[in-house]
Write a protein that binds this ligand. Structure first.
Ligand SMILES: CC(C)(COP(=O)(O)OP(=O)(O)OC[C@H]1O[C@@H](n2cnc3c(N)ncnc32)[C@H](O)[C@@H]1OP(=O)(O)O)[C@@H](O)C(=O)NCCC(=O)NCCS
Length: 153
């Protein structure tokens, strides 16, 4: 990584909970994960959370599930607004996918808002394919449609 600040991708620790809660609220202002969910996620699956650390603060995070029958889900990905478009989202995804490969994962799925062109473009460029049936209506409740995408590796 380059830039004025030394950015480093590393596994998350319990002390990262507060910044991850903030990043999640920045990434998904309308529907962030509740604090207790992120706390439990970090406690239960600490090896499946990676963050981007600028030395003073966290500027990105990604969460995935541990594999179940060699299949994992990416549950969240976010980069702080001021640092988007600089390759950090791609680097975080590359890091978690490499970790998942090492854990024996052969398929990774995620859900994305169908109109989130940036995220859909990122996932497509990494090899994720959309569900052939298109977005699933009301996937996360009334009006919350989602496109499911899967990477086979
Ligand atoms: C989606 C998100 C994580 C991408 O992170 P990022 O660091 O901005 O993305 P990157 O700079 O690594 O770009 C990766 C790819 O995304 C796409 N992309 C990035 N910025 C884009 C833009 N403004 N318009 C369209 N596509 C764009 C491109 O395909 C890009 O690949 P390229 O660099 O080869 O052109 C980030 O925008 C974000 O946090 N958004 C809010 C939360 C969110 O939507 N998360 C995903 C939910 S499923």
């Amino acid at each position: 990584m380059s830039g004025e600040r030394r950015l480093r991708i590393r596994p998350a620790g319990e002390e990262d909970l507060g910044p991850i809660v903030r990043l999640d609220a920045e990434a998904f202002p309308a529907d962030p994960y509740p604090y207790f969910v992120l706390r439990q996620f970090l406690a239960c699956f600490p090896d499946f959370v990676f963050v981007v650390d600028d030395g003073a603060d966290l500027v990105g995070y990604v969460l995935s599930t541990p594999p179940n029958a060699a299949h994992s889900w990416i549950l969240s990905l976010g980069i702080t607004p001021g640092l988007r478009g600089q390759g950090l989202g791609r680097q975080l995804m590359t890091r978690i996918l490499s970790h998942l490969r090492g854990e024996g994962v052969h398929a990774v799925s995620l859900s994305v808002e169908p109109g989130n062109d940036t995220a859909v473009a990122l996932y497509r460029s990494l090899g994720f394919l959309p569900d052939p049936g298109g977005p699933r209506a009301d996937y996360f409740g009334p009006g919350a449609h989602r496109l499911l995408m899967t990477l086979t590796m």
